[in-house]
Design a protein around this ligand. Structure first.
Ligand SMILES: Cc1ncc(C[n+]2csc(CCOP(=O)(O)OP(=O)(O)O)c2C)c(N)n1
Length: 623
């Protein structure tokens, strides 16, 4: 066992190539073992093992800076940088994060979680080094999927003329989460296929070398016509044109060759940045993941022998919405769906199967997805854009200016809203109510269960204005006691019960609030709940009527308090001149780290008992 003895990357440098290959297999076994137990990103990490080893072999982290794009592929890196113990509790409270986190280790040069940021961050580091007179290397690791994101092109464009020495390693496995899309992906496929041409070229060099006096001059002549050859073969022209020195494509699993190429890039003193195109296999070493890399991109705990998930996650809200949309689209040619590389995660693949002509995966390009949808809506389509709450942050300006300013009927299906568990701080969907509530023309809704979600989707189809529907990954079909009793219009809340303490709750918080009222009643406090399913517009009639009669108004939301639903209620009460005391409960003003969703809700005071305690405390203060 070599892995046990790796305390930091200097230990890797003591191994020979053969031993590194054994270590690679040990890393794979460890990653499969831990991810099968705890869930996480499997296929991407299995594909990155040799690359990670070679990088740590050649570079001297933490002096040299390694910047991971997205960061979901950093497991081998974590195991090689002194975090073996913490890795056993991967993504859990007290364990390591599934993403690079600067506060976790000095080896994590840049905290990440969202795609397409690495080249920008690395360029920033390289420029800083040059200003400060440092001499370290900066390496950005970017996947071909991440390369569909616009920021990468902004960064390549800037870096190519910067004169800042840096290395970009493109980890090309032809996959985003699902099969990669777009013209760049096609271009990379062309480059991968040109490997044969390179092999021939290497063969010619070797052959010519054997002819004394004649061989090398002839080869040098051929080198001179390299540019001409490049125009005949696809080669890295695109990257060359941007000012990068392109090396590749190379086999991303051949440790020996990787080390050779990385050393060459490290030691180059050329002013132009280097791009190394490494070809890897997603899921390598675990047959189910090799065969279905998309299904094993991010996984729940699973059985290693069969690859089967160990527990099912409830009803996927996104799939419910997508199935309904697919049905609505049968009779409405205007309905179409857009995803930014998350067809499976958002459930929209279901729509894509039913209506392939009206389904668009635009790559990891949230901004483009939104404005593209706005363009479609401007010409009479009724687009549904399915994006996770955390990734939609990218497209704030596009939502505000291109959709809402134009008043276009684009509907946002905002998945993974609220606290998300193991993915942690970078993936929490707890800002959307704040960032959307400030935008005019936008209707914002959140269903408390699956039935309400269906009603909201049906309602959205009739609406000629922008709308956002936000929901968590999984929902429930609530029992008849608390399910919505009737249809509702825009801005209409539902009074579920009435009391001295009136709780206005959003989304899945409604159920917790109902449980809190039972706790409160047990303590002799009369409490009621309203489902505030519209965050914008608020149901001012219901709100003011109930607030006037209540002794305490409480809001509960799975969103940061700053700018959230609670603040909207406070504004409305103040405008109406209602002075009933208030209490706003929600996510506090800090980034919430990885843990189980239940632990995160607990930490944010969003459990029935914690809600009850907060209310009792407030009532105590009011006495
Ligand atoms: C802005 C943003 N949108 C979507 C995602 C979700 N996401 C995480 S990894 C990934 C695919 C990345 O593909 P690639 O860069 O090729 O890495 P691979 O997993 O194939 O190694 C996506 C879409 C994200 N992290 N950030």
């Amino acid at each position: 066992m070599y892995l046990e003895n790796i305390n930091d990357p200097s230990d890797i440098k003591k191994l020979n190539i053969k031993q590194l290959r054994v270590l690679a297999e040990e890393l794979r076994t460890e990653i499969i073992k831990v991810v099968s137990d705890r869930g996480g990103h499997l296929a991407s990490n299995l594909g990155m093992v040799e690359l990670t080893l070679a990088i740590h072999y050649v570079f001297d982290a933490p002096e040299d800076k390694l910047v991971f794009d997205v960061g979901h592929q950093c497991y081998a890196h974590k195991l090689l940088t002194g975090r073996y113990q913490g890795f056993q509790k991967l993504r859990g409270k007290g364990g390591v994060s599934g993403f690079p986190q600067a506060e976790e280790s000095e080896y994590d040069a840049f905290t990440a979680g969202h795609a397409s940021t690495a080249i920008s961050a690395a360029l920033g580091m390289a420029r800083t080094r040059d200003i400060m007179g440092g001499d370290y290397s900066v390496v950005a690791l970017v996947g071909d999927g991440a390369l569909t994101g616009g920021m990468c092109y902004e960064a390549l464009n800037d870096a190519g003329q910067s004169g800042a020495r840096m290395i970009v390693i493109l980890n090309d496995n032809a996959m985003s989460i699902s099969r990669n899309v777009g013209a760049m992906s096609n271009y990379l496929t062309g480059l991968r296929q040109s490997v044969t041409y390179r092999a021939i070229k290497r063969g010619i060099r070797r052959g010519l070398n054997r002819i004394p006096h004649v061989g090398m001059p002839v080869f040098r002549f051929l080198e001179k016509v390299r540019d001409f050859l490049k125009s005949l073969f696809v080669d890295g022209k695109f990257f060359d044109a941007l000012g990068f020195s392109y090396i590749g494509p190379i086999d991303g699993h051949d440790i020996k060759h990787l080390i050779r190429v990385l050393r060459r890039a490290r030691d180059s003193r050329d002013p132009e940045p280097v791009l190394i195109h490494a070809v890897t296999q997603k899921g390598r070493g675990y047959t189910p993941a090799e065969e279905h890399p998309d299904e094993y991109h991010g996984v729940a705990p699973f059985l290693v022998e069969s690859g089967e998930a160990r527990k099912s996650g409830g009803i996927a809200m996104g799939q419910v919405a997508a199935r309904q949309l697919a049905e609505l689209a049968e009779n409405d040619i205007r309905i179409c769906a857009v995803t930014a590389a998350m067809a499976g995660g958002t459930g929209l693949d279901v729509f894509g199967e039913a209506h392939p002509q009206r389904f668009f995966d635009v790559g990891i390009a949230e901004e483009h997805a939104v404005t593209m949808a706005a363009g479609m809506a401007s010409q009479g389509m009724k687009p549904y854009v399915g994006i996770y709450s955390t990734f939609l942050q990218r497209a704030y300006d596009q939502i505000a200016m291109d959709v809402c300013r134009n008043g276009l009927p684009v509907t946002f299906l905002i998945d993974r809203a609220g606290l998300v568990g193991g993915d942690g701080a970078t993936h929490q969907g707890v800002f959307d109510l704040s960032y959307l509530r400030s935008i005019p023309n936008l209707v914002i809704a959140s269903p408390r269960d699956v039935r309400d979600l269906k009603k909201l989707v049906a309602l959205s189809a009739t609406l000629d204005q922008p709308m956002a529907i936000r929901y968590p990954k999984n929902g429930e079909d609530m029992g008849p006691g608390i399910q919505a009793q009737r249809d509702f219009g825009i801005g209409e809340w539902e009074l579920l019960s009435s009391g001295d303490v009136m709780i206005f709750a959003v989304g899945r918080m409604v159920q917790l609030a109902m449980q809190a009222t039972i706790e409160l009643m047990g303590k002799g406090v009369s409490a009621g709940v309203a489902d505030a399913r519209f965050i914008k517009p608020l149901d001012e009639k219901l709100l003011t009527e109930q607030a006037r009669r209540a002794k305490l108004v409480v809001t509960v939301e799975e969103n940061v308090l700053a700018g959230g639903f609670g603040e909207g209620v406070l504004d409305a009460l103040s405008l109406a001149g209602i002075e009933t005391p208030t209490l706003c409960l929600g996510v506090p003003d800090r980034f919430v780290s990885h843990a189980s969703t239940a632990e995160q809700l607990e930490a944010c005071g969003l459990t029935p008992l914690k809600i009850t305690d907060s209310i009792l405390k407030r009532l105590g203060e009011l006495k």
